[in-house]
Design a protein around this ligand. Structure first.
Ligand SMILES: *Cc1c(COP(=O)(O)O)cnc(C)c1O
Length: 458
């Protein structure tokens, strides 16, 4: 066994990784050729790899390290809680202080009307819980046939069987016989891709009315809920037109369809508001949260349950036959409480909204002039930048992802983590990024775009 004082060489790590470690969302053949990148430590907005390279993390891990790396308070909270009570469950009429305290805190920070938290260990589990909960709710309301959940193409709701079914990712559906029955997908409000011939406002209404059309086609008496990310994250940071969400809200109310906001990325400050539902003034019946809830320091998620659903379950009595061994794990709850404490005490969300996010968006907008860039969209500390083979015609690369994959690799070479979704480059840095660090990030993006353009002859 090697100890942390005696690290292995990068080559050694890569060899063991190749032999024994199966990676999520990874082409193992391609990885084995290249060798994995081993991240060994982190501080603030920076990562270090096993070769000692410093890399600016433009993705906050996987959209989650909102307060940045190296916050000792979060580690201390976990440590203290594990000494006091490392584990107990919330099944069978028991609970413990951290779960109760976190639930109370979440009721306070989330929008009004969401007063109760059901804990999970991830965003996927939260969305699995959503499927169970909305179907159970309608069943208790005497409408068991109201079981269909409508989602959207190119949505991401997680990777368990139900969550991947809710998602609209074709490559995920293609493996394992998904989606499961009772889940429908409508078009996404992706103006850049689908808006041709319409103004942005017209397109927003058009995309929202796809929901009404589907509800009518299925019969409203069969539709349980509509689930959506306020802003699609993994799909490419797709900011819907301003007309979209008010129309969706109207349609859900008209047909009595539950509105589920998947806030796993948007939640806890990403948009410059605490939640995407605050940003768009939505009134969801259920809200999925994870990622920024603990800034990724420990795994935890939750479903925030609207009063109408909670009251129906309470009045009807009977057990909601669902839960996870680690629902409301004490250490994860303690970390989430400390994380929300940091976000609040240091006014991280408000400061980002006022000071750094406008600067971040302003600097990114400069890339509209870059020969490779055909679209820049973003809100808060969250952005997608579309690379195009011909920026006047918005021609796509063939094969798709040619520029994205290349640019992502060049970014790493230049000391920046930026994600590629096809040929759309994604940024979602820790909310504590400073103006100076934004300048550094922009400089690295510019260098990487220039190098990508040169290699592609654009
Ligand atoms: C990441 C993500 C999920 C899944 O969360 P996991 O913790 O990876 O299971 C669900 N919804 C959205 C919007 C996400 O971005």
């Amino acid at each position: 066994m090697s100890t942390s004082n005696d690290p292995r060489s990068t080559l050694e790590y890569q060899e063991f990784d190749r032999r024994h470690h199966w990676h999520p969302f990874t082409d193992t053949r391609a990885l084995n050729k290249k060798g994995t990148r081993v991240i060994t430590r982190a501080e603030g907005v920076y990562l270090w790899d096993s070769d000692g390279n410093r890399i600016l993390d433009g993705m906050a891990g996987l959209w989650c390290v909102n307060v940045g790396y190296g916050r000792r308070e979060l580690c201390d909270a976990a440590h203290a809680q594990m000494l006091e009570l490392p584990y107990y469950n919330s099944f069978f009429q028991s609970a413990h202080p951290p779960a109760i305290e976190l639930a109370r805190l979440l009721a306070e920070v989330t929008p009004a009307g969401l007063e109760r938290a059901f804990f999970t260990n991830s965003g996927s589990e939260a969305n699995d819980t959503v499927v169970r909960l909305v179907r159970h709710y309608w069943s208790l309301r005497g409408q068991p046939d109201r079981s269909v959940i409508i989602s959207r193409d190119n949505a991401y709701h997680g990777s368990t069987v139900a969550a991947a079914s809710l998602g609209g990712m074709q490559p995920m559906h293609a493996q394992g016989g998904l989606p499961i029955p009772g889940i429908e997908h409508i078009m996404q409000p992706h103006y850049y891709l689908l808006g041709e011939g319409r103004s942005e406002d017209e397109f927003g209404l058009f995309a929202a009315r796809a929901l009404e059309d589907r509800i009518k086609a299925l019969g409203a008496q069969r539709v349980a809920a509509f689930i959506a990310e306020p802003i699609q994250g993994a799909g490419g940071v797709i900011v819907p037109p301003a007309t979209y969400w008010p129309e969706i809200q109207r349609i859900c109310a008209k047909y009595d369809v539950l509105l589920v906001a998947d806030e796993v990325i948007c939640g806890f400050g990403r948009t410059g508001e605490w939640f995407g539902t605050d940003y768009y003034d939505l009134h969801p019946d259920l809200m999925s949260i994870a990622k920024g809830l603990s800034s990724g320091y420990l795994p935890i998620g939750a479903v925030m349950i609207g009063d109408r659903i909670a009251e129906t379950l309470i009045e009807s009595g009977g057990e909601f036959a669902h839960g996870y061994t680690y629902s409301g794990h004490p250490a994860a709850c303690a970390v989430a409480i400390a994380n929300i404490g940091i976000l609040r005490d240091e006014r991280i969300v408000e400061r980002a909204a006022r000071e750094t996010a406008p600067y971040f968006q302003q600097r990114l907008a400069e890339f509209r002039a870059h020969p490779l860039v055909s679209d820049v969209q973003g809100v808060g500390l969250f952005a997608g930048i579309e690379l195009s083979a011909d920026k006047r015609t918005c021609a796509r690369f063939d094969p798709l992802g040619t520029a994205g994959g290349l640019c992502r690799d060049l970014c790493i070479q230049n000391g920046l983590v930026m994600r590629a979704v096809g040929d759309r480059m994604i940024l979602s840095p820790p909310l504590i990024i400073t103006r100076e660090q934004i300048d550094e990030l922009i400089e690295k993006v510019a260098l990487s775009f220039d190098m990508t353009a040169r290699e592609l002859g654009i």
